[in-house]
Design a protein around this ligand. Structure first.
Ligand SMILES: [Zn+2]
Length: 301
């Protein structure tokens, strides 16, 4: 998986920082997660092909997470896109986008498919042969979901030395990868574990922004490889975090620790802070493996 941060700041776009948006490359998909203002400019800057974006996941309807969407949809239309576009978002976004297009008489010539979310329990919203995406209900001022992106268990790998030694017909390779025992050329049954090795462990990524400190998400994100958790504030401003239903760096680290995450990426910083290293220092006191999101930065895992 490769995660590229297009924007990781809260509230308004500024000359050198963008509101929330990220691109997750996973098994040949390019998933766009949130779409704050300026997202399409950042997509161009990072040379991400618009045509390859077929699924967009929107956490909630605050402007710093979705005000870039209608512009992006419109640009796709001007570029004569033909591919379907799926949008997974809280109920209401379809109405907003549809009204904008209606009043502008700018209907898309490609298919726009809204998957409106309203459930307050985690649900599977996307699945193909290799990937699953689940919602992570969050605790924010309005209805909000994070998203858990999970690779499925891959096929077993052939141990070619063992396979050749055991005299296995090529026709059985497929079954071997699927985990079955097979017969050798003399009719003897050979155990799968002698001929194959386990697949690479599937990876997972959880995107959790915006949210108050919320232990309810722990069972959903347990053992996640990478957790992006908002940390709008530092602990010294905890009094601001609670009423706005945001988190501090310390709280994000506590969630990462309890979830047994491998890596924590912090983001969604309030514009009041000039020194972002303070976020890393604060979180590192609780959780070891902390990274700071930065506009334009990529993470591979
Ligand atoms: Zn918000």
């Amino acid at each position: 998986m490769k995660l590229t941060i297009l924007g990781c700041h809260s509230a308004t776009p500024r000359t050198n920082t963008n509101p929330t948006s990220q691109v997750l490359e996973i098994n040949n998909h390019i998933f766009l997660i949130d779409c704050g203002e300026g997202t399409q400019v950042e997509l161009r800057r990072h040379k991400i092909k618009f045509n390859r974006i077929k699924h967009i996941f929107i956490s909630h309807l605050h402007g710093d997470h979705c005000f870039g969407l209608v512009g992006l949809i419109s640009t796709f239309r001007l570029l004569t896109r033909e591919a379907d576009l799926h949008i997974y978002a809280p109920k209401g976004l379809k109405e907003v986008i549809t009204l904008q297009m209606k009043l502008a008489e700018s209907w898309t010539n490609y298919k726009l498919i809204f998957h409106e979310l309203a459930s307050t329990t985690s649900e599977l919203i996307f699945e193909d042969e290799k990937v699953e995406v689940y919602t992570i209900p969050l605790d924010h001022r309005i209805y909000t979901n994070g998203f858990l992106f999970k690779e499925k268990e891959g096929e077993r790998k052939l141990d070619m030395n063992a396979v050749l030694n055991a005299d296995i017909d090529v026709a059985y390779y497929r079954k071997l990868k699927q985990g079955f025992d097979v017969e050798d050329k003399h009719g003897n049954l050979v155990k799968n574990e002698i001929l194959t090795k386990s697949a690479n462990p599937p990876k997972s990524y959880a995107f959790c922004s915006d949210t108050a400190y919320n232990e309810a998400m722990l069972p959903i994100i347990k053992d996640v490889d990478v957790l992006y958790h908002e940390s709008t504030f530092l602990d010294k401003n905890e009094k601001l975090a609670a009423p706005t239903k945001h988190s501090t760096a310390k709280q994000a680290a506590s969630i990462a620790k309890q979830a047994n995450a491998n890596t924590l990426i912090l983001g969604h910083y309030s514009t009041r802070y000039n020194d972002l290293n303070l976020f890393k220092e604060e979180a590192s006191e609780i959780f070891e493996n902390v990274e700071l999101a930065k506009d334009g930065k990529s993470f591979e895992f």
